[in-house]
Design a protein around this ligand. Structure first.
Ligand code: ATP
Ligand code: MG
Length: 419
């Protein structure tokens, strides 16, 4: 073992489990690629102010969880803790909102960093696939995103997840509710931290996981009763469209989510097999974010699904993804046959057949072990005598059957057998 270990709260993705991560990223992005979302990639770090302004000073993400650094040149940067602020920043900088029709629909996949108390399902480096639809206020867009996330999870075979849905109101009705809630919280017996939170961002108190806080919240004013007519109508339409798609959700009037920029639609995907780290993904509408970071008014909606927790959810449901063996043909060279077989492997690879060969000068037994381990469907075995006769032996690893194939016919024969 090396002197070094991966930093606390991080882990390495190693084969074969890493293949599941790739498959999950692929499964989550496939419905997006199929629905008009274009791929975007942004830097792993940004100016710290993008997040303190965009995500919000009062959020856990900014106040406690952000990795910040000062460069040698004096720039204040932060490793990205989430994707939305960066994607919107990039879309504005690239003038995507001016190029053509709105919304601009984007998807991304990458690493995110939060200084958290590390535990199962909660890491300091984790991975998300996300989607953002920028510049349109349309309940169908909110519904589309919820439906696509549901489709992604279902395509993975996941069943024990639930969709929680709420509306946070807008700049008309939320302030009125906020005041009513603050008045109610003022009469509660809260610790210092929570009192401060009640002042800065009272809605977050609803989200408090502690029983003693939840008990006192019985009878608290509910946002649902304060939504303005426009927000109510908008929310009803989102609900109707999602329902019409056959996607089941639960109304959760306490769902607030930890980011300041959300307005109207908010939703979370929770999985019941994950213990306390039950949120596998979440998102919502963020109509004010663009202006908060200095852009024009661009009402938008998006989500991010956590890849790490999605993999844990698969494991919790005992789902093994059907990941085909990486290698189709594995070559085993005997005597002086290595150069010719190496050439054939190159030829197979160029023809699009996944092929590999035994390395390190092993004998027949060791090389056949490599072939077995590779999971290849066929072994390509040849010694000097075979090559003199112009053939190689193609061994079917399932049936054990071995047939000589002329060198010139190899690629076509293998392709036909694999088809
Ligand atoms: P939580 O309430 O569990 O802290 P969150 O609300 O902070 O989650 P979001 O910011 O909405 O999470 O991120 C979307 C998704 O990214 C989460 O649902 C989760 O799957 C994943 N995620 C967030 N933080 C972490 C982390 N520290 N480790 C692993 N996955 C994470
Ligand atoms: Mg969090």
């Amino acid at each position: 073992m090396s002197t070094f270990q991966a930093p606390k709260g991080t882990y390495d993705l190693l084969p074969p489990r890493s293949a599941t991560f790739l498959a999950v990223r692929e499964a989550i992005s496939a419905p997006l690629k199929n629905s008009g979302y274009g791929y975007i990639e942004t830097p792993g770090f940004e100016n710290v102010e993008l997040f303190s302004r965009g995500v919000g000073e009062s959020t856990d993400i900014v106040s406690k969880e952000m990795y910040t650094l000062t460069t040698k040149g004096g720039d204040e940067l932060a490793l990205r803790p989430e994707g939305t602020a960066s994607v919107l920043r990039a879309a504005l900088q690239g003038n995507l909102h001016k190029l053509g029709g709105l919304p601009v629909k984007l998807w991304y996949s990458g690493s995110y960093y939060r200084y958290e108390r590390a535990q199962k399902g909660r890491y300091r480096h984790f991975s998300q696939v996300g989607a953002e639809a920028i510049g349109a206020e349309d309940p169908a867009l909110d519904a589309e995103l919820i439906i696509l996330a549901d489709q992604a999870y279902r395509s993975l075979g996941l069943r024990n997840f639930r969709i929680l849905l709420n509306s946070l109101g807008d700049k008309e009705c939320r302030p009125v509710y906020r005041e009513a809630l603050q008045a109610f919280l003022g009469g509660m017996d809260l610790d210092e931290d929570t009192v401060r939170r009640a002042e800065i961002n009272p809605l977050r108190v609803l989200d408090d996981k502690r029983d003693e806080v939840q008990k006192q919240l019985v009878g608290a004013p509910m946002l649902r009763d304060y939504l303005c007519d426009a927000c109510k109508a908008y929310h009803e339409e989102v609900r109707a469209l999602v329902t019409a798609a056959g996607v089941v959700f639960e109304d959760d009037e306490k769902l607030v989510r930890g980011l300041d920029y959300y307005t109207r639609t908010t939703f979370e995907f929770v999985h019941d097999g994950l213990g306390s780290q039950s949120a596998v993904g979440g998102g919502g509408r963020y109509d004010g974010l663009s202006e908060m970071i200095g852009g024009p008014a661009l009402p938008s909606v998006g989500w991010a699904l956590g890849v790490d927790r999605t993999v844990l959810a698969l494991e919790a449901e005992g789902i093994e993804l059907d990941i085909p063996s990486a290698t189709s043909v594995f070559a085993v060279a005997l005597g002086g046959a290595k150069p010719v077989l190496f050439g054939l492997v190159t030829e197979l690879r160029r023809a699009g057949v996944a092929a590999d060969i035994s390395y390190g000068g092993k004998g027949l037994k060791g090389a056949m072990k490599d072939a077995n381990r590779s999971g290849a469907r066929f072994a390509l075995v040849a010694g000097d005598r075979d090559l003199e006769e112009g053939v190689v032996q193609l061994k079917d690893m399932e049936s054990g059957e071995q047939t000589p194939v002329a060198l010139a016919d190899l690629v076509d024969t293998v392709r036909a057998k694999l088809a």
